[in-house]
Design a protein around this ligand. Structure first.
Ligand SMILES: [Cu+2]
Length: 128
């Protein structure tokens, strides 16, 4: 985990040092998600979907979910087949009311890592 983060930073540092322009075609940038970052939901989502601007190495994706207290909540990537190569879907367990943080790190096909964070809140039932 720590080694992955270090190598991602090294790649970014190497790019910066070489003054390479950002290869927008290959670099993975989050363009849409469900839930959206900052969403406040009436019902707990059963899945989380991330969509990027370019295809990603799905098997090398890392993601973790934390509840309000910072406890890890298990998430599993699912692929029903036929999912676009730039999209990732995670199955979520039954979530209680609270605020959640989905932290992810994806690898674009150009080898560059993109870290990201998505926050969403599940409202207590019956409270507007
Ligand atoms: Cu890149």
């Amino acid at each position: 985990m720590r080694r992955d983060r270090t190598s991602a930073l090294l790649v970014l540092a190497a790019c910066a040092a070489l003054g390479l322009p950002t290869p927008a075609r290959a670099h993975a940038v989050l363009v849409d998600s469900s839930p959206r970052d900052g969403a406040v939901l009436d019902a707990a989502p059963a899945e989380a979907t991330l969509r990027f601007n370019s295809r990603i190495e799905k098997r090398l994706t890392r993601a973790s979910l934390e509840d309000t207290a910072g406890h890890a909540v298990p998430v599993a990537r699912i692929d029903r087949g036929g999912e676009p190569p730039e999209q990732l879907t995670f199955r979520l367990p039954a979530l209680a009311a609270g605020t959640y943080r989905l932290t992810f790190r994806v690898l674009a096909v150009d080898g560059h890592a993109t870290p990201g964070l998505l926050r969403f809140t599940v409202r207590p039932a019956g409270k507007p």
